[in-house]
Design a protein around this ligand. Structure first.
Ligand code: NAD
Length: 267
């Protein structure tokens, strides 16, 4: 008996990165899975890899309310119920406020924040009928503080964080648990282009107390925990999965500086 036998998990952005790692993890724990993504090629490839018996793909644009309603209707039609919604699809964005087009701002807010509201709005009535469920929203370490040049992303992910708390409070008595994860840097396609900028990888690793990026599997493990009955008393929590990134004030590493100064004095 596995933790998700006879349960259905609907995973947005499930064709790549954190979403795809979560698809595989839910699959290994017995769930039926609906992968919802814009990327049909990668989504269908994952279905072919895992088999059509327990995995299905539905092309979805999470920033479009009608598309999200169709995604939920497809999942109910296919597997009869939805026990878990992982609102995970998202895009990143760089740009200082004066340089950011209004359209660019709206795009980030609608894909990264409106989508989470749409997903919850469409799935909560289904979960009510089932007697409960678990929703996990992908926020980010960037939802907890500001980054240089990432205003739209910071605003959207900050919105996901507080929306998660509010919706968790509203539906706690209906046995619908709602939590958010805040990953630090994770080695996925979304971040791959930035990793190629000379010096950025080293600077990023140095900013994370654990000294490295997460693997997508390490995020998926937390998602599956939050979705499971092992987290039955966890709702409204904002879980950092960031190698210590946001535990740090940002002050310089005084211990290292003192040690280096002593080395210099010995010379
Ligand atoms: P990824 O690019 O590998 O996956 C994102 C997926 O979302 C893709 O499959 C893409 O096709 C899909 N998607 C994008 N826009 C969509 C839309 N409008 N409708 C449907 N699907 C859409 O990136 P990832 O790192 O796995 O990102 C997943 C989530 O994690 C995002 O919300 C991202 O902001 C968040 N996150 C990522 C990191 C990181 O370092 N990788 C850190 C913190 C948070």
């Amino acid at each position: 008996m596995s933790r998700f036998d006879n349960k259905t998990a609907l995973i947005t952005g499930g064709a790549s990165g954190i979403g795809a790692a979560s698809v595989k993890r839910f699959f290994s724990e017995g769930a039926n899975i609906v992968i919802a993504d814009m990327d049909t090629v990668s989504g269908e490839k994952l279905v072919a890899e895992l088999g059509e018996e327990r995995v299905a793909f539905v092309k979805t644009n999470v920033s479009d309310w009608a598309s999200v309603q169709a995604m939920v209707a497809f999942s109910v039609e296919k597997f009869g119920r939805i026990d878990v919604l992982f609102n995970n699809a998202g895009i990143d964005n760089y740009g200082l406020t004066p340089d950011l087009d209004v359209e660019q701002w709206r795009k980030v807010i609608t894909i990264d924040l409106d989508s989470v509201f749409y997903g919850c709005k469409a799935v909560i009535p289904v979960m009510r009928e089932n007697g409960g469920g678990a929703i996990i929203n992908t926020a980010s370490a960037s939802g907890l503080a500001g980054d240089y040049g990432m205003t739209a992303y910071n605003a959207a992910k900050g919105g996901v964080v507080n929306y998660t708390r509010a919706v968790a409070v509203d539906h706690a008595k209906e046995n619908i648990r709602v939590n958010a994860i805040c990953p630090g840097p994770v080695a996925t396609p979304i971040i791959a282009k930035a990793q190629q900028i000379p010096g950025l990888q080293e600077a990023w690793d140095a900013a994370v107390p654990m000294g490295r990026f997460a693997k997508a599997d390490e995020i998926a493990a937390v998602v599956v925990f939050l979705a499971s009955d092992d987290a039955s008393y966890v709702t409204g929590s904002i879980m950092s999965v960031d190698g210590g990134l946001t535990a740090h004030t940002g002050q310089p590493n005084i211990t290292n500086i003192i040690a280096n100064a002593k080395e210099v004095n010995k010379m």
